[in-house]
Write a protein that binds this ligand. Structure first.
Ligand SMILES: [Zn+2]
Ligand SMILES: [Zn+2]
Length: 85
Protein backbone atom coordinates (compact mmCIF):
# COMPACT_ATOMS: atom_id res chain seq x y z
CA UNK A 1 0.00 0.00 0.00
CA UNK A 2 1.17 3.47 -0.82
CA UNK A 3 1.18 6.15 1.84
CA UNK A 4 -1.47 8.79 1.50
CA UNK A 5 -0.30 11.64 -0.66
CA UNK A 6 0.57 14.76 1.36
CA UNK A 7 -1.90 16.64 -0.84
CA UNK A 8 -4.75 14.34 0.15
CA UNK A 9 -7.36 16.52 1.77
CA UNK A 10 -10.79 15.42 2.97
CA UNK A 11 -12.10 18.81 1.89
CA UNK A 12 -11.32 18.01 -1.75
CA UNK A 13 -13.12 14.87 -2.77
CA UNK A 14 -14.25 13.37 -6.05
CA UNK A 15 -16.82 10.68 -6.71
CA UNK A 16 -15.06 8.50 -9.23
CA UNK A 17 -15.05 4.69 -9.04
CA UNK A 18 -11.69 3.27 -8.00
CA UNK A 19 -10.28 1.06 -10.79
CA UNK A 20 -8.27 -0.91 -8.25
CA UNK A 21 -10.63 -1.97 -5.47
CA UNK A 22 -13.98 -0.98 -7.08
CA UNK A 23 -15.47 -0.67 -3.61
CA UNK A 24 -18.53 1.13 -5.01
CA UNK A 25 -19.93 -1.94 -6.74
CA UNK A 26 -22.06 -3.28 -3.92
CA UNK A 27 -23.31 0.16 -2.91
CA UNK A 28 -26.79 1.39 -3.77
CA UNK A 29 -25.87 5.03 -3.23
CA UNK A 30 -23.02 4.83 -5.72
CA UNK A 31 -25.20 2.92 -8.18
CA UNK A 32 -27.62 5.84 -8.10
CA UNK A 33 -24.79 8.23 -8.95
CA UNK A 34 -25.20 10.13 -5.70
CA UNK A 35 -22.39 11.55 -3.61
CA UNK A 36 -21.79 8.60 -1.35
CA UNK A 37 -20.41 9.33 2.10
CA UNK A 38 -18.45 6.06 2.16
CA UNK A 39 -17.02 5.80 -1.35
CA UNK A 40 -15.12 8.84 -2.55
CA UNK A 41 -11.55 9.63 -3.60
CA UNK A 42 -9.07 12.24 -2.64
CA UNK A 43 -8.68 14.82 -5.36
CA UNK A 44 -4.95 15.45 -5.29
CA UNK A 45 -4.96 17.85 -8.21
CA UNK A 46 -6.57 18.43 -11.55
CA UNK A 47 -5.31 19.66 -14.88
CA UNK A 48 -8.13 20.73 -17.14
CA UNK A 49 -10.46 17.77 -17.43
CA UNK A 50 -7.92 15.32 -15.98
CA UNK A 51 -8.23 14.50 -12.31
CA UNK A 52 -5.38 13.14 -10.20
CA UNK A 53 -7.00 10.91 -7.61
CA UNK A 54 -6.12 8.68 -4.68
CA UNK A 55 -8.43 6.07 -3.20
CA UNK A 56 -8.65 6.25 0.61
CA UNK A 57 -9.54 2.54 0.77
CA UNK A 58 -6.63 0.98 -1.12
CA UNK A 59 -4.42 4.08 -1.63
CA UNK A 60 -4.35 3.47 -5.38
CA UNK A 61 -3.32 6.58 -7.30
CA UNK A 62 -4.52 7.20 -10.81
CA UNK A 63 -5.57 9.82 -13.31
CA UNK A 64 -9.15 10.10 -14.41
CA UNK A 65 -9.95 11.78 -17.70
CA UNK A 66 -13.41 13.25 -17.40
CA UNK A 67 -13.57 13.91 -21.13
CA UNK A 68 -15.62 17.01 -20.57
CA UNK A 69 -12.95 19.58 -21.35
CA UNK A 70 -11.71 22.19 -18.98
CA UNK A 71 -15.00 23.69 -17.94
CA UNK A 72 -15.45 24.40 -14.29
CA UNK A 73 -19.17 23.63 -14.29
CA UNK A 74 -18.58 20.06 -15.42
CA UNK A 75 -15.86 19.55 -12.86
CA UNK A 76 -18.32 20.56 -10.18
CA UNK A 77 -20.42 17.54 -11.07
CA UNK A 78 -17.62 15.25 -9.98
CA UNK A 79 -15.74 17.26 -7.42
CA UNK A 80 -17.27 17.93 -4.05
CA UNK A 81 -14.71 20.43 -2.86
CA UNK A 82 -15.43 23.10 -0.29
CA UNK A 83 -18.21 21.05 1.22
CA UNK A 84 -18.14 20.91 5.04
CA UNK A 85 -18.07 17.53 6.68
ZN1 LIG B 1 -9.49 1.70 -4.20
ZN1 LIG C 1 -21.03 4.06 -1.99
Amino acid sequence: MLPLDPHADRGRRAWVPCPSCADHRACDTCADGRTCSAHWRYLLSNTGSRLHLQCPSCTHVWEHETGFGATRSVSDQVIGGLRPE
